[in-house]
Write a protein that binds this ligand. Structure first.
Ligand code: FAD
Length: 618
């Protein structure tokens, strides 16, 4: 606490207009050289010569895990700095639909007569016998300790959200909509109040997640949490590369510049934001560092460790607002941390990779509107597909590959999925109505265009004609479409050649191939039956120019593998030992098959509590 009152070193900061020293109060920026404070140095360890900032608890990332972690640590009396790579607070959390999976007996469950308990939740989350409709195990490979910790704290995490200003829809009982891999004994999806004000600086995606993460930001700031925005944590500093405690982090300045400008994007609210513009910053953590960086789906090499098919062609949900670049995992691994729960990432389950009903733009989840500050980065909103009968889908060589009406990913298990459901009963597997859906595998299958070094499958294109435009009432012009992800031509041959204008279309689509595909599909429509892929009721021929090709490539969504943690969210190394002073939660942590923010919020709650309870090393 004494350090928090120290004066700020102006050398360490480049202050900005209008913000005086008061802007830094409580953060604990320090000016003296760090050699005096570091416990010891060792060959090769990256202990910095000086610390630019310090706090008891340093949280990396301000999303669904980081904000609760920061608030919870502050609640226990810790000073807290959150280091955030983005220009604003909220991560993927603020983009989300506001459906919060939490169980174990929340007050909302009780109010609506839903019977649940930590014991029931734990057994659900580790039930080997529940598999998805495609046969993929939902809970079998979950780490039991991680699930036990979640089961014990989820209900508390719900009350914590309410106490910190999150408003849930009072008219809606906890339900199942939006819930994936959250256990099936009880409805556990809680619904935040709907966001009605559209997209803008307060709500970049116009999503209900705003009604969770803006109140949490507000609460964190009121409790003295300070935010270092535009700084990307690059490394966790440990006493020695693979031993000793964690001392802090290093971060580099990575402002998001407005397109075509040198002006950085501005956060919605600048109070509580530490003003710096040094190229690199060192942040000392007197008690602990919490990694809440949100996973690895944006890091192509990292995600390919779990599924080598996922090359850079596939966009990521949440981009281009914030990225899941595996930096938390890599920083942890660099000091000995283990990865965990990798099966959950590899298995085709739970919407980790999804078909989306939006085409013609690269970033299609969420849908970015021109009023969003992110729109200049996203470039287009895309076209909503009301009826897949209006298009065919072809691969990079212009061939159909699957029934276009397929759902594209198995919607997860949830309450009511099995009737009856008996926890752990082997008969559960017999009660499931299996519905294999190979759409995503067909998307990723090698084809005639696949070539070295990766033999990748390439993009997927929706092909349609002017009649489809009329039926769907699409406006095929910017801002709805991105000209590099949407093409039109008077003939199918010209269209095939035009598609080469897309940066991910790395082979020439044979014009004759696309013509043959459409000709065959038109015959199928005339015939009324699809012998190739059994698309039900093929309805519309594609024959009226101009013809169109719109990007329809599925999206990488969640991360389900990450750093190994124990019940306290302490990071565990490759030898099974806790790394002192390092915590992790959310999508950067392994051991969970559960989709979404429930586990992230709960692990933030746990990590913040435990980190604040650590002894200070200095
Ligand atoms: C469009 C969309 C809709 C969704 N809908 C739902 C839903 O309705 N219900 C649900 O439960 N879940 C939903 N999810 C998923 C849910 O939002 C995420 O699972 C959750 O936000 C992940 O929390 P997190 O803290 O792990 O990561 P995030 O919330 O993404 O936060 C991570 C933060 O860390 C920052 N960061 C990353 N690396 C660094 C670094 N090196 N240094 C500093 N900062 C860094 C990022 O910029 C980001 O702000 C949705 C996700 C998306 C994208």
């Amino acid at each position: 606490m004494e350090r928090r009152k120290k004066k700020i070193s102006r050398r360490a900061f480049v202050g900005r207009a209008g913000l005086g020293a008061a802007a830094f109060a409580g953060v604990g920026a320090i000016g003296e050289p760090a050699e005096a404070q570091a416990p010891r140095s060792s060959a090769g360890s990256p202990i910095p010569a000086k610390w630019d900032l310090e706090a008891d608890v340093v949280v990396i990332g301000s999303g669904a895990c980081g904000l609760p972690a920061a608030i919870r640590a502050a609640d226990q009396g810790a000073s807290v700095v959150v280091v955030e790579a983005n220009y604003d607070i909220g991560g993927h959390g603020i983009l989300n639909g506001g459906q919060v999976p939490l169980g174990g007996g929340t007050s909302a469950q009780k109010k609506h007569g839903i019977v649940d308990s930590p014991e029931v939740l734990f057994k659900d989350l580790t039930d080997w016998s529940v598999v998805e409709i495609n046969g993929m195990p939902e809970y079998r490979y979950n780490d039991r300790a991680v699930q036990r910790a979640l089961a014990d704290r989820e209900a508390q995490a719900y009350e914590f959200l309410v106490e910190n200003g999150v408003v849930f829809d009072p008219d809606r009982a906890p339900g199942v909509s939006g819930g994936h891999a959250i256990g099936i004994s009880a409805p556990r999806e809680h619904y935040a109040a709907r966001w009605t004000k559209g997209q803008g600086a307060e709500s970049p995606a116009g999503a209900a997640g705003t009604n969770i993460y803006r109140p949490l930001e507000n609460s964190a700031k009121k409790k003295g949490v300070r935010f270092l925005l535009n700084y990307h944590m690059d490394a966790v500093v440990r006493e020695a590369p693979s031993s000793g405690r964690v001392l802090g982090v290093t971060a580099s300045y990575t402002p998001k510049l407005q397109p075509g400008s040198t002006t950085p994007m501005r956060p919605f609210r600048s109070d509580g934001v530490i003003q710096m513009a040094a190229a690199t910053v060192t942040v000392k953590a007197r008690k602990a560092v919490i990694i809440a960086t949100g996973g690895s789906s944006s890091n192509v090499n990292f995600r390919r460790m779990f599924d080598s098919r996922l090359t850079d062609v596939y966009p990521v949900a949440g981009e281009p607002y914030s990225a899941q670049d595996a930096s938390g995992e890599l920083a942890g691994m660099a000091i000995g941390a283990s990865l965990w729960g990798t099966a959950n990432q590899t298995l085709e389950r739970n919407g980790a990779f999804r078909k989306r009903p939006v085409i013609g733009a690269q970033y299609i989840y969420p849908v970015w509107r021109p009023s969003s500050p992110i729109f200049p980065f996203a470039r287009a909103s895309g076209l909503q597909v009301a009826d897949w009968q209006d298009v065919i889908l072809v691969n990079q060589v212009g061939r159909r590959f699957y029934n276009e009406l397929a759902e594209g990913w198995p919607y997860g298990t949830h309450h009511g999925f099995l009737d009856p459901y008996v926890q752990g009963d082997w008969r559960n597997m017999r009660r499931i109505t299996y519905k294999p859906d190979g759409f995503l595998d067909a998307v990723l299958a090698p084809n005639e265009g696949s070539h070295p070094p990766d033999f990748e499958a390439g993009p997927i294109w929706a092909i349609f004609d002017a009649d489809a435009i009329r039926r769907e009432k699409w406006e095929p012009t910017p801002p709805h479409i991105d000209p590099k992800f949407f093409f039109s031509a008077q003939t199918l041959g010209e269209l095939a050649r035009a598609i080469r204008g897309n940066p991910y279309q790395r082979v020439d689509m044979p014009p004759a191939g696309l013509e043959a595909t459409v000709a065959r599909y038109n015959t199928i429509v005339d015939f009324g039956f699809d012998p190739d892929f059994e698309r039900p009721n093929p309805t519309h021929t594609i024959q009226t120019p101009p013809f169109y090709a719109a990007w329809a490539t599925p999206v990488v969504h969640d991360t389900y593998a990450g750093l190994r943690i124990n019940m306290k969210c302490q990071v565990v190394d490759i030898k099974g030992q806790v790394i002192p002073g390092l915590y992790c939660g959310g999508e950067s942590a392994g051991g969970c098959s559960q989709h979404g923010q429930g586990r992230c919020i709960t692990q933030g709650y746990i990590a913040g509590t435990e980190a604040a309870g650590e002894r200070s090393w200095t």
